[in-house]
Design a protein around this ligand. Structure first.
Ligand SMILES: CCCCCCCCCCCCC/C=C/[C@@H](O)[C@H](CO[C@@H]1O[C@H](CO)[C@@H](O)[C@H](O)[C@H]1O)NC(=O)CCCCCCCCCCCCCCCCC
Length: 739
């Protein structure tokens, strides 16, 4: 279906007619029908969005992916809306059915594998008996004919075993390598039941797992995948998440970045740029080689059949409790680095994205800005990858390319996104390390991790956001409940040991990859003390600082400690005045939502800009004194040295315009400081949170459309006409009268 709908754009432009096309489960819009050739300006996936009908406006229909995307629409009249509702509802229903079919397929495949596995066990038993029989008959000195018969039996059992094994692997390949498990939209719980458990001591592996292990070992040895295609049954019609169309740029203020959807439409499994993903086990190869890894494994299993059975010992069972980490769809610990320590782009991004469901599970809207930032960075890097998948197999190749083309230092570059993604991951790693070492105080662990990692890059506003997030930090019980693979597992006695087991694999892998990235950024002096300059209090490195108190990191206010550590100039729970004077951030300063004054609509000048608060804080200009090596020049780089992550020279939507001077708002001369407000429009959290007060001039370099609520992540522009006095105060760009 297609036709005109009026779309809410922003407070300046209001409702605008747009040409909408509903096709293949996606609703896309264009400026007008005539301009459709220019490409769509935005789109939304109907399968994952909510369709809401307005209670009073008979023309209105809202499509929302909560926390992600919002389309507020009005049809020309009620009848027209009805048509759209039918079309949208049908599209959603079809897609829902589709997903159910896929889920069913997954279930069936899993069942089929189980059946094949029990057949394999039978053949193993049989083989063992037959081998014993041969031994016995040799000892007894039976006739040659008798031995030959038994030999033939062994041969045919082996053939059947191998055939069954082959079938099993075909099913497993399709089930587990087609990325079906990672298709759930953001917010879905991790797909637990179907993911093979890789992080387990070897003695816990069942047959299927052993085979999978050996398949992987074999993949390492044999790169030959050329013959597999002809023999494989039809792949289920399940597009990998990498097969989906690239998400569209946010041309209008539709909301925060769309969920991470990656991959060109034409990208088929096996055609990818990452040779790891193209490697498939070739059964024929195994048969011919005779003595490869798989065969060796089979021999071992025959000689020790008890190892292939699931552990019966309750103690072993205890140790085997799965956690989120053993069942998440992609893990850092599964990433195979290239020979030159290259980090495969897609595997890395997948592993990052696989973390998101935990944030969703923890549920607080306060985590929305974290998620938005984290996913936004994944998406930026992914978009770079999409621009030429073959050229960007590794993260290093992306950074080097941007260095060579002098775009690494441009705002919104993949290099910049990776810088922040890495900082976020460093924070996560530090936090999880605390938990791993037995810390049950989640609040404290988050706080410590923040103090050691992110805090030094944040200015007073973001520290305030962190303080807010910290207030919503879960209890240890809720946190572990979010890390189970099956509900209630956290109560099982083996859960803690399961966590320990899994984290002891996950964390070192994370550390390893973060270390590689640290070195890369060090090598090319890409660590920036200018990024978030206006937020960040100080620059050092994001490696965990040494313990000594006199080092350059701890010299940075609060850089080694979190909120609760008193011995510092300013902890992260303190909203720091731009001058460096601290204001204690506590629930006491959280006030009821005040009646807001009329909205200050900043008239847009120049091009759109991204969120930035520019202050004249002198403290920010102080680094930690860390001596950095001079930047290594990338091969054939002709780029003059420039400010890191400066605005793109020709900044479009994704860039930052600098030509227009930011509008200036000066504190009143009466000496009473106005307060910068962050207000979440979500009713239950509709609090007025004082982040800081200041007597310095603050320049709010924000146009109203660029602002999204740091609490609930909803865009300012997504607020409704008539809601001005209720929910329009959703961002750092709004000034309130003093309390
Ligand atoms: C238990 C949940 C606890 C949540 C803890 C919250 C951590 C709070 C961090 C503070 C809020 C950050 C909000 C955003 C800040 C941004 O201003 C900042 C800078 O953004 C960058 O700006 C660039 C322009 O200057 C821009 O181009 C770039 O793209 C942009 O990123 N961003 C950051 O500081 C990065 C913060 C990332 C935080 C990632 C947290 C990782 C997820 C934590 C999950 C906890 C759950 C653990 C369970 C996991 C199990 C696997």
């Amino acid at each position: 279906m297609e036709g005109i709908l009026h779309k809410w754009t922003n407070y300046i432009s209001g409702w605008q007619p747009r040409w909408f096309v509903l096709d293949g489960g996606t609703l896309s819009y264009y400026d007008s029908q005539e301009d459709a050739w220019k490409g769509c300006k935005g789109s939304i996936k109907i399968s994952v969005c909510e369709i809401l009908v307005h209670s009073t406006d008979i023309t209105r229909v809202d499509l929302t992916i909560p926390g992600e995307q919002y389309f507020y629409l009005r049809a020309i009249n009620a009848a027209e809306r009805q048509k759209w509702l039918v079309a949208l509802g049908t599209a959603k229903a079809c897609l829902t059915d589709n997903r159910t079919r896929r889920e069913k397929e997954l279930q069936e495949n899993t069942e089929a594998i189980k059946t094949k596995m029990s057949e394999l066990r039978l053949y193993c038993d049989l083989l063992l008996k037959q081998v014993n029989k041969i031994k016995d008959s040799e000892e007894r000195g039976d006739s040659a004919e008798a031995g030959e018969d038994t030999g033939n039996m062994v041969k045919s059992t082996c053939t059947t075993f191998l055939k069954t094994l082959e079938e099993c692997m075909h099913i497993a390949n399709h089930t587990f390598s087609s990325d079906m498990v990672s298709q759930s939209p953001p917010g879905s719980p991790p797909v637990a039941a179907i993911k093979p458990q890789k992080i387990k001591p070897l003695c816990h592996l069942n047959l299927g797992e052993k085979l999978r292990e050996s398949e992987e070992a074999n993949e390492n040895q044999s790169q030959d995948s050329g013959r597999e295609g002809a023999e494989e049954p039809e792949k289920p019609d399940i597009p990998s998440h990498r097969d989906q169309a690239p998400s569209t740029a946010l041309e209008e203020d539709d909301g925060p970045p769309a969920p991470y959807t990656a991959g060109p439409v034409t990208q088929l499994e096996g055609e990818g740029s990452n040779p790891e993903q193209e490697q498939k086990h070739n059964m024929d190869q195994i048969k011919e080689d005779g003595e490869d890894e798989v065969s060796r494994n089979q021999r071992e299993m025959v000689s020790a059949p008890d190892q292939i059975l699931p552990p019966q010992d309750p103690l072993l069972e205890e140790e085997g409790v799965d956690t989120f980490f053993s069942t998440m769809s992609h893990r850092f610990s599964d990433i195979r680095l290239e020979d030159d320590r290259g980090i495969p782009t897609q595997d890395f991004l997948d592993s990052c994205y696989a973390i998101v469901p935990v944030l969703d599970k923890l549920g607080s809207t306060v985590f929305a800005p974290v998620k938005m930032d984290f996913v936004g960075n994944i998406k930026k890097i992914n978009q770079k990858w999409l621009s030429d998948p073959n050229s960007f197999p590794t993260l290093q190749s992306i950074v080097l390319h941007e260095l060579q083309t002098a775009t690494a230092q441009v705002r919104n570059s993949a290099t910049e996104a990776l810088l922040w993604l890495r900082r976020g991951l460093r924070f996560l790693k530090e936090f999880l390390s605390e938990v791993h070492s037995g810390e049950q105080d989640i609040h404290g662990a988050l706080n410590n991790a923040y103090g050691r990692t992110l805090r030094q890059y944040h200015g007073w506003v973001v520290r305030g956001v962190f303080a807010l997030a910290l207030r919503a930090s879960p209890s240890y019980e809720s946190f572990t409940a979010a890390l189970v693979s099956q509900e209630g597992d956290q109560l099982k006695p083996g859960f803690t040991s399961g966590m320990r087991r899994d984290l002891s694999v996950y964390l070192p892998a994370m550390e390893d990859q973060l270390g590689i990235l640290d070195d890369l950024y060090d090598e090319y002096s890409l660590e920036s003390d200018e990024v978030e300059k206006d937020f960040a209090g100080a620059y050092s490195t994001d490696r965990p600082p040494p313990q000594a108190s006199g080092d350059e990191v701890s010299a940075s206010p609060g850089a080694t400690s979190g909120m609760d550590v008193p011995d510092r100039a300013a902890g992260p729970d303190e909203a720091v005045r731009p001058e460096g004077e601290a204001v204690k951030f506590s629930p006491d300063i959280v006030r009821p939502y005040p009646k807001a004054g009329p909205r200050k609509i900043t008239k847009r000048r120049g091009r759109k800009r991204t969120t930035a608060i520019l202050t004249d804080t002198p403290a920010e200009k102080q680094g930690t004194g860390k001596q950095r090596r001079p930047a290594k020049q990338p091969p054939s780089s002709r780029a003059p040295k420039k400010r890191l992550f400066s605005p793109a020279p020709d900044a479009g939507v994704a860039g930052v315009a600098t030509s227009a001077a930011p509008p200036t708002i000066t504190w009143p001369a009466d000496g009473v400081s106005p307060t910068l407000g962050l207000v979440c429009p979500v009713p239950e959290a509709a609090e007025f949170t004082t982040i800081a007060a200041s007597t310095s001039p603050i320049y709010l370099g924000l146009s109203s459309e660029d602002v999204s609520c740091l609490v609930c992540s909803e865009l300012f522009s997504a607020s409704m006409p008539g809601e001005e006095t209720l929910v329009h105060d959703r961002g750092v760009g709004t000034l309130f009268p003093p309390l």
